[in-house]
Design a protein around this ligand. Structure first.
Ligand code: MV4
Length: 507
C-alpha cells in the first residue's frame, strides 16, 4: 500500500465554470479552496465561492491565468498544498507542473513526464504503435525535408494532412490535395510550427475526410491502475470548437465500444499516465478507428461521461493526487443511459458566432428531471471580453438518446440568458436537423449544413416578428386588450416565447 498524503488546500489556477466545478468538488471532500482572479474577474462567481482569493493584477490571460511566476507567488502566499489547473490556460504546460512542484504543491493531474510525452504528437504516435494501438497511416517520424515528404506522398496518397508535432487541438495543421501544393504547405506548416510552438518538427498523415470525432475518458491512479468511462462523440463542432458532445456514441456497437475503451486504457498505461485524461480517436468507419492524440487534462465535456457512469471525475482527480487507489475495476463501471451537453457561449450564431461580451441582465436556468447546469453566471454578471466565451454548459441525461434529445429540447426552451446573444438558439436548430436526430453527424456537419442553420434562424426571427406584428395589430384595434393579452415577456427577457390570454374574458 502506498501512503496517502491528504490535500488540505487547493488553489484553482483557472476561472469561469471549471473553477466553480473544482471548488464544489473540493468542498464536498472537506478541502479548502483558493481562487485566483484577474481584475476583470473581480466579481466572478469562483471568487465568491472559494474560501480564499488571490488577485492577479491585469486583465489579459498572459498577465494573469497564464502567468507562472505570479501563480507560484499566489501558491506560496496562500499556502495551498495542491493546484488544480482546470482546462485551457496552463493545464497542459509541463513547465507549470514543474513550477508547482518546486513551490512545494501537488499538481492535480498527470506527471510532467507523461504530459511532455503526450504533448509530442510524434512521440505519442510512436508509443501507440509500439503498443499495437492503430494509428492513422503516415510518416513514422518528423519529415526530414521536402524530398522525404514527397516520398511519403507516394505511399500515403492524397488528400494528406501535415501536422506540427508540438501542435494539437487543430492548430498547426495543413491539408494538402495535390503534388503541386506540397512544397508550399510544408514550408507554411514548418513556419507555423516554429512561431506557434517553437518546434519545427512536422509529420504527415492520410487525411480522413468527414471523420467522426470520438474520444475515450480514462482515469488512472498513481499506482498504475486504470479504467475507461466509455466514449464521447464530439463530432458536432465548428472550426475546432465543440458545440455539442454526447456519451455514448451512436456510431459504435457494443463490441466496438469495448475495443476502443481497451485501446484507450492501453494508450494511457503506456504513457505512465495518472489522473483523468482523454484519448482522441478519429473514425473513418466504425472499424477504422485511429489514435489521434491524448489530452492530458480534465475536459469541458467530462460531464457527459460522469452522467452515464455516475462517477465524479473531478473528485477522483483530487483523490488520486492524494495517493488514493482507484476503488473501482472496469467491470464495476456500468454504462447507464445517454447524456448530451450543449455548450452555451456568449456568441451570436446569426453573426458568424461573433463573441458577445456584456452584462447578463437576467438568467433563467432550466431544471427538473435529468438536467445539470455548470455555469458561473448570475444576474448582473458582466461577461468579460478577455477570455473564452463559454458561459454555461447544459447537460441532460435520459434513458436513451431519443429521451435525452427531447429533454435537451425541453431544457433549451426553458433556458434564458438576457442581455447578450448566446448559442442556445443554435442548439435548438441542431435538434431539428435530421442528420443529428439520426446520429449521423461528422465533423463537417455544421459547415456543410450552414444553409439549413441560416434558414432556421430566418424562420425563428420571422416567427418572432409575426407574433409581434399580430399583437401590435390586436393592440391597435382594441386598446383595452393591452392589459389582458400579450406575451410572457418582461423587459429583461429575450424574445417572445409564450402568449397568454385572460381566460376570464373568453368565458
Ligand atoms: C485529422 C483529420 C483528418 N485526418 N487527421 C483536428 C484537431 C486535431 N486534434 C486533429 N484534427 C484532425 N486531424 C487526419 N489524419 C481531421 C481533423 C479534424 C478534426 C478532428 C476532430 C474534431 C474536429 C475536426 C475538425 C476538422 C479536422
Amino acid at each position: 500500500m502506498t501512503a496517502t498524503k491528504p490535500i488540505k488546500k487547493i488553489l484553482i489556477a483557472n476561472r469561469g465554470e471549471i473553477a466553480v466545478r473544482v471548488i464544489r468538488a473540493a468542498k464536498e471532500l472537506g478541502i479548502q479552496t483558493v481562487a485566483v482572479f484577474s481584475d476583470a474577474d473581480q466579481f466572478s462567481l469562483h471568487v465568491k465561492l472559494a474560501d480564499f482569493a488571490v488577485r492577479l493584477p491585469g486583465n489579459t490571460s498572459a498577465e494573469t491565468y497564464l502567468n507562472v511566476p505570479v501563480l507560484v507567488k499566489a501558491i506560496k502566499e496562500s499556502q495551498a498544498d495542491a493546484v488544480h489547473p482546470g482546462y485551457g490556460f496552463l493545464s497542459e504546460n509541463a513547465d507549470f507542473v514543474d513550477a508547482v512542484t518546486m513551490a512545494g504543491a501537488k499538481f492535480i493531474g498527470p506527471s510532467a513526464k507523461a504530459m511532455r510525452l503526450m504533448g509530442d504528437k510524434i512521440a505519442a504516435k510512436r508509443l501507440m504503435k509500439e503498443h499495437k494501438v492503430p494509428c492513422t497511416p503516415g510518416s513514422e517520424g518528423p519529415l526530414k525535408d521536402l524530398n522525404d515528404l514527397q516520398n511519403h506522398a507516394k505511399t500515403v496518397g492524397y488528400p494528406m494532412i501535415l501536422k506540427a508535432t508540438a501542435g494539437g487541438g487543430g492548430r498547426g495543421m495543413r491539408v494538402v490535395r495535390t503534388d503541386a501544393d506540397l512544397a508550399e504547405a510544408f514550408a507554411a506548416c514548418t513556419r507555423e510550427a516554429i512561431s506557434y510552438f517553437g518546434n519545427p518538427a512536422v509529420f504527415c498523415e492520410k487525411y480522413i475526410e468527414n471523420p467522426r470525432h470520438i474520444e475515450v475518458q480514462v482515469l488512472f491512479d498513481e499506482q498504475g491502475n486504470g479504467v475507461h468511462l466509455f466514449e464521447r462523440d464530439c463530432s458536432v463542432q465548428r472550426r475546432h470548437q465543440k458545440l455539442i458532445e454526447e456519451a455514448p456514441s451512436s456510431y459504435l456497437s457494443h463490441d466496438q465500444r469495448m475495443e476502443i475503451g481497451r485501446r484507450a486504457v492501453t494508450a494511457a498505461k503506456a504513457a505512465g499516465y495518472a489522473s483523468a485524461g482523454t484519448i482522441e480517436f478519429i473514425c473513418e468507419s466504425p472499424d477504422h478507428v485511429y489514435f489521434m492524440e491524448m489530452n492530458t487534462r480534465i475536459q469541458v465535456e467530462h460531464t457527459v461521461s460522469e452522467e452515464i457512469t455516475n462517477i465524479d471525475l473531478v473528485k477522483w482527480q483530487i483523490r488520486v493526487a492524494q495517493g488514493e487507489v482507484l476503488s473501482m475495476k472496469q467491470e464495476d463501471i456500468k454504462l447507464r443511459g445517454w447524456a448530451i451537453e450543449a455548450r452555451i457561449n456568449a456568441e451570436d450564431p446569426a453573426k458568424g458566432f461573433l463573441p458577445s461580451p456584456g452584462v447578463v441582465s437576467s438568467v433563467r436556468f432550466p431544471s427538473g428531471p435529468g438536467i445539470r447546469i455548470e455555469s458561473h453566471l448570475y444576474p448582473g454578471y458582466e461577461i468579460p471580453q478577455y477570455y473564452d466565451s463559454m458561459v454555461a454548459k447544459l447537460i441532460v441525461w435520459g434513458e436513451d438518446r431519443k429521451t435525452a434529445m427531447a429533454r435537451l429540447n425541453r431544457a433549451l426552451g426553458e433556458f434564458e440568458i438576457a442581455g447578450v446573444p448566446t448559442t442556445a438558439k443554435f442548439h435548438e436548430a441542431v435538434l431539428r436537423h435530421p442528420i443529428f436526430i439520426d446520429g449521423k453527424m461528422t465533423t463537417s456537419f455544421v459547415e456543410k449544413e450552414a444553409d439549413f442553420f441560416k434558414q432556421e434562424f430566418l424562420k425563428v426571427q420571422s416567427e418572432d416578428v409575426d407574433v409581434a406584428a399580430l399583437l401590435a395589430a390586436v393592440f391597435a384595434a382594441d386598446d383595452q386588450n393591452l392589459s389582458q393579452s400579450g406575451t410572457l415577456a418582461n423587459s429583461d427577457s429575450v424574445g417572445l416565447r409564450s402568449r397568454w390570454f385572460d381566460s376570464a374574458r373568453h368565458v
